[in-house]
Design a protein around this ligand. Sequence first.
Ligand code: HEC
Length: 471
Amino acid sequence: MFHFVVYGILLVILIMLIWMTYHFRSLSNENDNGKATETESENYKNGLLSSHNFIYAAIVLVIVTILVFTYLIVKGTPVEGHVMEWLNIVVRVMHITFGIAWIGASFYFVFLENALNRTENVRDELAGNLWAIHGGGFYYLEKYKTAPKSIPKHLHWFKYEAYFTWISGFSLLFIVYYFNAKGFLIDTNVFDMSPFAAITTGIGSFVVAWLLYDILCKTSLIKKGILFTIVGVIIATAFAWFYCYVFSARAAYIHFGAMLGSIMVANVFFVIIPSQKAMVKAAKEGKPLNPQLGKHAGLRSLHNNYLTLPVLFVMVSNHFPTTFGFEYPWIILAAISLGSAGIKHWLNLREQGKYSVWVMPVSVLILLATAYVSAPPKPGECKTNINFAEVNAIVQKRCITCHSSMPTDDVIKVPPNGVTYDTPDNLVKLKDKIMQQVVITKTMPQNNKTNMTLEEREIIRCWIEQGAVLK
Ligand code: HEC
């Protein structure tokens, strides 16, 4: 009864808020047709707009309250897994969407900077301009050397896409790894620690990484591009190694990405936006601009640009057990990050009209080398005609605790990725994935929780190689 009352109240609030957004829209339309003077109308509109934003924030809050309340009700019941899955879907889609907006803007502005026409017909106050065609329209852009004489009223800032990407990513880290620390974050075969210790280590590492990077940027090393890069790569590799030393390999990869992503958003929050605010303030007061401010913000923004591809790789890495399932997962992680940042460097050079001879081939070689070293070892001999009964016995013993319609595992409450082995047919359907996860990368059973032996993996391999027949 209590649940229904709470849901009822929340639902009524939600409907009222949605109705208010309609009401505001009609008010705004009426105002457009009214006879108010321009400034009056402008002020009125700004007032409406801020109330509007307020209502939208309230709507999001009510939805989150409904989700959290639902979670509290179903906690400990079989529906818990289902609610967590939906939370995962919603936050993940938000994370990807904000991330695309942010990284898209990063690519776009670094491209602008690289491709600006800086010589032909450029007014004195300008750094350059650029013509573009997109979506059936012609665009003409100008970049100022420092700031325009007066700061325009409508100045667009790019910051919320960065903040929201980080907030949604951080929430996802909790939903997938921290709420389930025993299942996903900690691998007792790697390092045994309590969930609290593991979560503190994870979050603490982001702070340490930012401080290290920020200090590095404030030393004179920042002026020596190549040396700075080398030191940066060494420190990043040390982090990759550290994460793989304390967490399950999958979680280690995500933490590496989250660490880079946190540095990126901290660059926006602590350096880029404050510098821009100082620039706008100085311009408004008519004081001389410190050109160092813009330069510094630009450099941090360029660093962010190089980090995008490694972070994108980490975001999809969970689907590729070949990468994190390798014996030394940190080597693959560091190498792919280096190779993909190299490719970004080549693209940036190309946009500036410079064609580097070696950057692309070396980056591609690094990536190919990772594919080569992570290849499976040469298989041994198989005995002829493996019996399905033998395979099924192994699956019942090692997989069914998680992969069944009613899992009995202490952490997994819904079949992971919907994969169940209740019927033999599913084994045949998923044989390629099983080969990948059980035999080649040995990422299944997860953290080898059910203690599968190497002999059992060999039997599965031979059965699949002999055609995965059900007899
Ligand atoms: C302790 C729980 C657990 C056990 C035991 C376990 N798995 Fe998994 N399995 C998972 C989880 C969790 C995932 C999802 C991982 C992810 O999201 O990438 C998964 C995913 C998979 C996938 C990938 C599905 C896909 O769509 O990508 C396969 C294949 C798989 N498991 C096979 C097996 C086999 C075969 C066994 C037995 C030898 C086994 N698993 C034992 C937890 C388990």
